[in-house]
Write a protein that binds this ligand. Structure first.
Ligand SMILES: Cc1cc2nc3c(=O)[nH]c(=O)nc-3n(C[C@H](O)[C@H](O)[C@H](O)COP(=O)(O)OP(=O)(O)OC[C@H]3O[C@@H](n4cnc5c(N)ncnc54)[C@H](O)[C@@H]3O)c2cc1C
Length: 443
C-alpha cells in the first residue's frame, strides 16, 4: 500500500519504520523543519527498548543512561524518604530501562526510518482530512491521496472528532512543569549536591517538599552529562496559556516554587541560562481509533500524564502492532480489507492504550490503592483479568513495572493475527501482567 503519515514525532517515525518493515511505501509529512531543539529527556522502559532493539536502533550513538533506582528525597533536609531498586529490571524484562535526550532518540528514529526507505517531507502541515477518501489537505493547498493514513500529529490533533465521532478535548489539569536540562558537572559544584549523587547508581532523584507539596523530578541523560529537571507545581495565573512545550519562564518563578528547598537543590536551576514552562494536559481515552482509511496512533489518541513514563512507550507499541498486523502480503488495499484489519488493530491496542492512559492519570504520589479505584473506568475498555493491586505500593513498584514492562506487543500482535479470518479476538483477551497463558492475576 501507499501509506502517508502525518507527524514525525516518536509515533510517526516509529510507524514509518514499522510500515516500511511491513513492506509498504511510506511518506511522512511533518509540519516543522526539525530545527527547534526540544531540550528535555525521556525515559523509555523495557517494553519500548525491546522494540528499538528489534529495529536495530543505535543505542551507542544515542547514549541513554540506564536507570538503577528511584530515590524520593526530602527537599528541605535531603534525607531519603523512600527508595525503589531497579536492579534486575533488564534481566527480568529483557531490555534496558533508560533515559534519552529527546533529540538523540528522535534523531535515531529518523535515521532508522530513512534507512528503511521512508520519505520524510518537512514543512508540510496537514489542515484537513477526509478519512473515507484517504485524502489529506496541506497548508500549501496540496491534496494527497493514499491507501492508508496514520495520524500521528500529537495531543493537539484537530482531526480526532472526524475519526472518533466525539470531541475529546485536551484539558489542563491545573499543574505546570518548570523544566530544564542542567550540565551535571555544574550541578555537582554545590558540595551538598555532590554528596547527594556521590557513589549513587543513576536513576530518578525526586525531591519532595511536604509543606508545599511541590516536587522536583531529576534524572540524567546523554551519557550522564546532563540532568533533566522538572518541577511540578500549581499553574500560576500567568502560565495558563502555556500549553506549548517550549515557553520560556524566569529563574525567579522557579525559585519561588522551590521555596523551602535545600540550597543544593535551589542551585540546580541556576546552572542554566534558560528555564521553560509547560502546562500539563491530559485527555480521556478515545473509544474509536480509526475511520475509513485513517488510523490515529500515539498522543493523537492516547495523550496521557507523564506520571509513569508510558506516553512515548505506548506510541512505540502502537507502531510495532502496525508492523505485525499490516504485513503487506496479508492485506489488500480495498476499503473492506483495510476496515477489518483496522478493527483487529483496535481490538488489540485500545484496551492496552486506554488502560495505560487511565492508570497514568494517577499522580506520582498516589499509591496502588488509588490505582485500584480506577477499575470501573478501565472496564469500559478492557474485559480481561485485572491485577489485584497490592495496597500501599508506589508507582514505581515491582507490580506496576511488571504490568507495563512485561507487555510483549510483538507476541500479542502475532497472536492476534491468528484471528484475522474471523476478525474477532476471543472474549477477555488477556495480556495483563503475566501474558496470555494461564491465570493472569496478582503479579
Ligand atoms: C513533561 C512530559 C514528560 C514525559 N515523559 C515521558 C517519559 O519519560 N517516557 C515516555 O514514554 N513518555 C513521556 N512523555 C510522553 C511523550 O513525550 C509523548 O507521549 C510522545 O512524545 C508522543 O509522541 P507523538 O509522536 O504521539 O506526538 P508528538 O511528539 O507530539 O509528535 C507529533 C508530531 O506531529 C507534528 N505535527 C503536529 N501537527 C501537525 C500537522 N497538522 N501536520 C503535520 N505535522 C504535524 C509535530 O510537529 C510533531 O513532530 C512525557 C510527556 C511530557 C509532557
Amino acid at each position: 500500500m501507499n501509506v502517508g503519515i502525518v507527524g514525525a514525532g516518536i509515533a510517526g517515525l516509529g510507524a514509518a519504520v514499522a510500515l516500511r518493515r511491513a513492506g509498504h511505501n511510506v511518506e511522512v509529512f511533518e509540519k516543522s523543519s526539525f530545527k527547534a531543539e526540544i531540550g528535555a529527556a525521556i525515559l523509555l522502559t523495557p517494553n519500548a527498548n525491546r522494540i528499538l532493539r528489534r529495529w536495530g536502533f543505535d543505542f551507542d550513538k544515542a547514549r541513554p543512561v540506564d536507570f538503577k533506582q528511584f530515590r524520593f528525597v526530602h527537599a528541605q533536609n535531603l534525607s531519603m524518604l523512600a527508595r525503589e531498586d531497579f536492579e534486575g529490571v533488564e534481566e527480568q524484562f529483557g531490555d534496558r530501562m533508560c533515559a534519552y535526550h529527546r533529540v538523540d532518540l528522535h534523531s535515531g528514529l529518523r535515521e532508522l526510518a530513512e534507512k528503511e526507505g521512508a520519505k520524510i517531507r518537512l514543512g508540510a502541515e496537514a489542515v484537513d482530512v477526509q478519512p473515507g477518501d484517504g485524502v489529506v489537505t496541506f497548508q500549501s493547498g496540496e491534496k494527497v491521496q493514499k491507501d492508508f493514513w496514520i495520524l500521528a500529529d500529537g495531543c493537539h490533533c484537530p482531526f480526532l472528532p472526524k475519526i472518533a465521532d466525539e470531541d475529546i478535548p485536551t484539558k489542563k489539569i491545573g499543574k505546570s512543569v518548570y523544566r530544564w536540562l542542567a550540565p551535571f558537572d555544574k550541578v555537582l559544584e554545590h558540595p551538598d549536591a555532590a554528596k547527594l549523587w556521590a557513589d549513587q547508581a543513576p536513576g530518578f532523584c525526586t525531591f519532595f517538599q511536604p509543606t508545599t507539596g511541590i516536587f522536583m523530578v531529576t534524572y540524567p541523560c546523554r551519557a550522564g552529562t546532563l540532568l533533566n529537571c522538572a518541577v511540578f507545581h500549581n499553574t500560576r495565573p500567568d502560565e495558563t496559556q502555556k500549553d506549548v512545550w517550549n515557553a520560556s519562564t524566569t529563574h525567579e518563578k522557579v525559585l519561588d516554587a522551590l521555596d523551602g528547598y535545600h540550597d543544593a537543590v535551589k542551585h540546580i536551576p541556576m546552572a542554566v541560562e534558560q528555564v521553560k514552562v509547560y502546562t500539563v494536559t491530559q485527555r480521556p481515552p478515545s473509544t474509536r481509533l480509526y475511520r475509513g482509511r485513517m488510523l490515529c496512533i500515539g498522543d493523537t489518541v492516547h495523550h496521557m500524564l507523564p506520571s509513569h513514563a508510558q506516553g512515548g512507550c505506548s506510541a512505540l507499541e502502537d507502531a510495532t502492532a502496525l508492523e505485525i498486523l499490516f504485513v503487506a502480503d496479508t492485506i489488500a488495499s480495498d476499503s473492506s480489507s483495510l476496515a477489518s484489519r483496522l478493527d483487529l488493530y483496535q481490538q488489540l491496542r485500545l484496551p492496552r492504550s486506554a488502560t495505560t492512559q487511565i492508570l497514568s492519570s494517577t499522580n506520582p504520589q498516589l499509591t496502588m490503592d488509588k490505582v485500584a479505584e480506577k477499575t470501573e473506568e478501565i472496564r469500559r475498555f478492557y474485559g480481561g483479568h485485572l491485577v489485584d493491586w497490592p495496597k500501599g505500593s508506589g508507582p514505581w513498584s515491582r507490580e506496576i513495572r511488571e504490568f507495563w514492562y512485561g507487555y510483549d506487543v510483538v507476541g500479542e500482535a502475532e497472536e492476534a493475527m491468528k484471528y484475522r479470518e474471523s476478525g474477532r479476538l476471543p472474549e477477555g483477551w488477556r495480556w495483563f501482567g503475566g501474558g496470555r497463558e494461564g491465570e493472569v492475576v496478582m503479579v
